[in-house]
Design a protein around this ligand. Structure first.
Ligand SMILES: C[N+](C)(C)CCCC[C@H](N)C(=O)O
Ligand SMILES: O=C(O)CCC(=O)C(=O)O
Ligand SMILES: [Fe+2]
Length: 421
């Protein structure tokens, strides 16, 4: 039995992390035919009594820092950090993994206070720091929070009183940028204030945290209700909550909105934390959560207006989770752009509709809705992999500008600033 440990670093309603056995999307490791185990535990000198190890037919078992770890022998050879196996200047592997005998076993094993030493049949010696092993082992990874997040409904978000960052502070100081990114990572939305209301200034903001992802809508876009493009966004109509570009194989990571002008009524922006809603589904109906995470669907963008002919298709489940720790990382939800369902048989389709309804009910709870009125000078960054946006219908002239950004490069900036991302 493969055990998943539940890790509670945040309360369960606040964090969608390692969910463990409650939710059965996990994978089973394939065991090689095990050789008889050597069941003699090795204890270390008094100084390191907290480390014990045991050699098995196909793996090494190591207990250190209250973590029981199991290492496959090929893994231990493959990750060798010696000068001939790993280039510390480039942080790249030099060892050709394909040259490792899949039945390899260490000839000798030794552990001192800090280090595990393995000698291989050809005499090569591999050293691992015990701390490094804890950090990099499967078991150690599972105990770590990958992405700290605060899941929110309107009340949680408002009570948190997350401050907007001042534009100058954001552009000119490391602290301003770091505070902004920390909030963005935690909540999936963040605001910058006192931005000059132009497309060019919005572009400068966007480039401070990531790279602009150019799409069929251009690099920086401007839009009004002129129906210049074949999409409801270019009208005055209300738009229900959704994520954008669900019809891309990889939906855009971040969306930036800056309202440059609005002379009229309505047009407020709706924001809903998709991960909070998904967490509610997981708590109430785990089998429906699983279905939403497993059934692949198509989303489609078909446009035929003067000068714009586009047909985009993206396939993927509504909820995307990392298979190894069940962490949710992307929600793909857009009922407008969802294509014909022809990837699932009829009986699964029916259960899928029921699961989709459960999620929709959560997403539509008024207490989960955060309404904001975007004004010139206030730029909004939305994590399009997590937060749904929508808008109220409006009257009058309204002009929005913005762009999409890549998520990887935002994470890169965050890591550079020392944030966990
Ligand atoms: C943001 N901008 C106006 C450029 C594009 C809007 C794209 C709308 C599309 N239905 C989607 O949800 O992806
Ligand atoms: O008009 C708005 O406020 C947002 C429209 C929209 O959903 C979009 O542009 O992606
Ligand atoms: Fe949108």
């Amino acid at each position: 039995m493969w055990c998943h440990r539940l890790t509670h670093l945040f309360s369960s309603t606040q964090c969608l992390l390692n969910r463990g056995s409650g939710h059965q999307i996990s994978w089973q490791p394939r065991y090689r035919k095990s050789l008889p185990a050597v069941s003699r535990w090795h204890h270390m000198a008094p100084a390191s009594l907290n480390c014990t190890w045991q050699l098995h037919g196909d793996h090494l078992e190591l207990r250190y820092a209250e973590t029981l770890m199991r290492f496959d022998y090929v893994w231990l050879r493959d990750h060798c950090r010696s000068a001939s196996c790993y280039n510390t200047k480039t942080n790249q592997r030099s060892l050709d993994t394909a040259s490792v005998d899949l039945c390899i076993k260490p000839k000798t094993v030794r552990v001192d206070e800090t280090t595990l030493f393995l000698t291989w049949p050809d005499g090569h010696v591999t050293r691992y720091g015990l701390e490094w092993l804890v950090k990099n082992s499967y078991e150690g990874q599972k105990q770590q929070v990958m992405h700290p997040r605060i899941l929110w409904n309107a009340e949680i978000y408002q009570q948190a009183q997350v401050p907007s960052v001042d534009c100058q502070n954001f552009l000119e100081t490391k602290e301003g940028l770091k505070e902004f990114l920390q909030n963005f990572l935690l909540y999936g939305i963040a605001f910058v204030e006192n931005v000059p209301p132009t497309k060019e200034d919005t572009e400068i903001l966007a480039e401070r945290i990531s790279l602009i992802r150019e799409t069929i809508y251009g690099r920086m876009w401007y839009f009004t209700s002129d129906f210049s493009r074949g999409d409801t966004a270019y009208t005055k109509l209300a738009l229900d909550r959704h994520t954008d570009t669900t019809y891309f194989q990889e939906p855009c990571g971040i969306q930036v909105f800056h309202c440059l002008k609005h002379e009229g009524t309505g047009g407020r922006t709706l924001l809903v934390d998709g991960f909070y809603a998904a967490e509610q589904v997981l708590q109430r109906a785990p089998e429906e959560f699983e279905l939403l995470a497993k059934v692949p669907l198509k989303h489609e963008y078909i446009e035929n207006v003067v000068g714009c002919h586009n047909h985009m298709i993206g396939v993927g489940p509504v909820l995307n989770i990392y298979p190894w720790n069940n962490e949710l990382y992307l929600i793909r939800y857009n009922n407008y752009d969802r294509a014909v369902i022809n990837t699932v048989p009829y009986d699964v389709v029916h259960r899928w509709y029921a699961a989709h309804r459960t999620l929709t009910t959560e997403l539509r709870r008024p207490e989960n809705e955060l309404w904001v009125k975007l004004k010139p000078g206030k730029a909004l960054f939305v994590d399009n992999w997590r937060i749904l946006h929508g808008r109220e219908s409006f009257t009058g002239y309204r002009q929005l500008c913005g762009c999409y950004l890549t998520r990887d490069d935002m994470l890169n900036t965050a890591r550079f600033l020392g944030l966990q991302a």
